[in-house]
Write a new protein. Structure first.
Length: 426
């Protein structure tokens, strides 16, 4: 007959010498911490690791049989002087844990900074009557406000995701105001949303199946044309870390807005093979080239680069670093040049002329009221000018002509009043 200790396996040693070996903070918001402690008794099965916020709320973040643990992507509380605690609790081989044997340690974050404001838009250009969605991408914010401003729209909204409908054509500025207890950050993007009847159906891939060339290729099955065929199971591939280039001819000058590239990962290959650095150039004649983007540190499987609203016929991508590491080859599965099949977008071309006409109308209308004289012929010209502002999509030359006619008509009206006044004096 043998006697056994019924408590054997339930008793665990207290966690001792708990330390923070490393605490890294990224962008003042994310944290990575490495914890270590002394190795416990043989009765310890594993350790549970908890994270505790300033309000005492605990969250189990993991478990380990060893005496070290790494917690990554911790999101800080949005307080000026944030503190986060970590609790290491031993668990016996009979799955029993005793709170009195746990150990706790606290880390202090750097002082909270104002948010890093950023946002995305569902569509940068839409047709009248359509809507866009603005999505907040800020770091360390707890409140987001928006302002949408244009000749025919002034609207304020609040929230991380907002949807805005545009009834009239025009060019609109978006202002994002992100705030937290440390302050606010204003992110203003002028002429960011374009509303045009020319955008009906959205942006088109102007490069699809167009003539393409590259300085080199691995073989005929991985030639330049395969980067413009609309498929993700074919690609352009070229050996070399840098110096390669690929170019597409759109056939004629068009308005381009975005370059979208599907790198190695988009085609099912390793993320480490995604193109890291490249330059985007455009040309109208293939002689004079203009650099629009110089990208460094890309890790995305599909990159999206805003090109503004540039008029070009040729688009070229120069590879400055083909992969995430050194050496290797360039692998591009698809290049899309998104834009409109037009040499100009009317609402962008006439924007300043329309703003100037609207200002002229306001100034002249105020002066006209002070004249104390009613002139039906002039009022008809004034009304015609207002109609042009409301129509928006009018050629710039026509707007300038309407403004000139309005100024001439008002000058004649004022001169008539002066002549009448002089006649009365004489």
């Amino acid at each position: 007959m043998s006697i056994t200790d019924g408590n054997k396996g339930n008793k665990v040693s207290k966690v001792s010498n708990l330390k923070v070996e490393d605490f890294k903070v990224i962008d003042n918001y994310y944290g990575n911490v490495r914890l270590t402690w002394d190795k416990g008794s043989e009765d310890v099965s594993h350790y549970e690791i908890y994270m505790e916020d300033e309000n005492g709320n605990k969250e189990l973040v993991g478990a380990t049989p060893t005496n070290a643990f790494y917690v990554n992507d911790i999101e800080r509380q949005l307080t000026i002087d944030t503190k986060t605690s970590f609790i290491v609790r031993p668990v016996s081989k009979t799955n029993k844990s005793e709170l009195q044997n746990e150990s706790k340690i606290t880390v202090e974050w750097p002082k909270l900074e104002a948010p890093k404001a950023d946002f995305e838009v569902s569509d940068p250009i839409v047709a009248p009557g359509e809507s866009i969605t603005l999505t907040d991408k800020s770091l360390a914010e707890n409140k987001v406000k928006w302002k949408i401003e244009g000749l025919h729209k002034n609207e304020e909204l609040e929230g991380e995701n907002v949807t805005v409908k545009f009834d009239k054509p025009g060019v609109y500025t978006v202002t994002q105001i992100s705030s937290n207890p440390a302050g606010e950050t204003i992110n203003k993007k002028e002429d960011f949303i374009v509303v045009s009847s020319q955008a009906k159906g959205g942006l088109k891939n102007l490069a699809l199946n167009k003539d393409a060339v590259a300085n080199t290729q691995v073989n005929d099955n991985e030639a330049a044309k395969f980067a413009f065929d609309g498929k993700l199971n074919s690609k352009w591939c070229a050996f070399g870390e840098k110096g390669n280039w690929i170019e597409v001819d759109l056939g004629k000058e068009m308005t381009i807005k975005e370059l979208r590239m599907s790198h190695a990962q988009a085609g099912g290959e390793a993320a480490s093979m995604n193109t890291s650095e490249y330059t985007v150039e455009v040309s109208k004649d293939k002689k004079v080239w203009k650099a629009l983007k110089d990208i460094k540190g890309n890790t995305n499987a599909i990159s999206k680069d805003d090109l503004g609203y540039e008029l070009a016929r040729y688009v070229r991508v120069k590879i400055n670093k083909s992969e995430q590491g050194t050496g290797g080859a360039t692998r591009i599965y698809e290049i899309e040049v998104l834009g409109l099949d037009s040499e100009k977008i009317t609402v962008l071309d006439n924007k300043q002329a329309l703003i100037q006409l609207n200002s002229t109308i306001e100034n002249i209308e105020n002066e006209y009221k002070n004249l104390g004289k009613v002139d039906k012929e002039f009022e008809a010209i004034l009304e015609q000018s207002k109609n042009v502002v409301n129509m928006v999509e009018v050629e710039k030359e026509e707007i300038l002509k309407v403004e000139s006619n309005l100024k001439d008509a008002f000058s004649k009206l004022k001169q008539t009043k002066i002549d009448t006044y002089n006649e009365q004096l004489s």
